[in-house]
Design a binder for this molecule. Structure first.
Ligand SMILES: [Zn+2]
Length: 161
């Protein structure tokens, strides 16, 4: 986590009142286009019902500010609340672990102040440490997959002999 050593995107060249395509943002900030798309997937607002996808400068700046804030990195026992804009200790110290990849996932708890869901991305390897702090319920990734792939109950019903 050496700060300042990595090439930092120059956020100052983003103008609040301009629109940018994914290409523009990538070029201006010197990041990969994939990175910009990932930002869109993780909450950067974008106008994607037109081609090319447009991002408002103001949204981009807001998104950056929001992401930049928890840099005084949240402690192990905290998840970031996007509503309160501060790291919070999940209510009752109860969290769910939702696997996303084979090696990591999200801790999900409840903000004790505003009651929104708060998340924290963690590596699966760190789960044992967190289980010492929280009461962790591990959700199965397959459950989610099966849910989305499962046919409508009516279909199953019709296939019955
Ligand atoms: Zn909150």
């Amino acid at each position: 986590m050496a700060n300042g050593k990595t090439r930092k995107p120059n956020w100052r060249c983003i103008k609040r009142h301009r629109n940018y395509t994914v290409d523009d943002v990538a070029r201006k900030l010197g990041v990969a286009k994939g990175t910009v798309r990932r930002w869109i997937n993780t909450g950067l607002p974008a106008i994607d019902d037109i081609r090319p996808t447009l991002i408002l400068g103001a949204d981009l700046i807001e998104f950056h500010k929001r992401r930049a804030k928890p840099k005084h990195k949240s402690n192990r026992d905290q998840c970031y609340c996007f509503k309160c804009h501060v790291p919070r200790i999940p209510a009752w110290n109860i969290v769910d672990y939702i696997p996303i990849t084979l090696t990591g996932g999200n801790l999900c708890g409840l903000c004790p102040v505003c009651c929104t869901l708060i998340y924290r991305r963690i590596a699966l390897a760190n789960l044992p440490v967190l289980e010492g702090i929280f009461e962790v319920t591990i959700l199965q990734a397959e459950e989610h997959l099966m849910d989305s792939a499962r046919p409508c109950p009516n279909d199953t019903f019709e296939k019955e002999p």
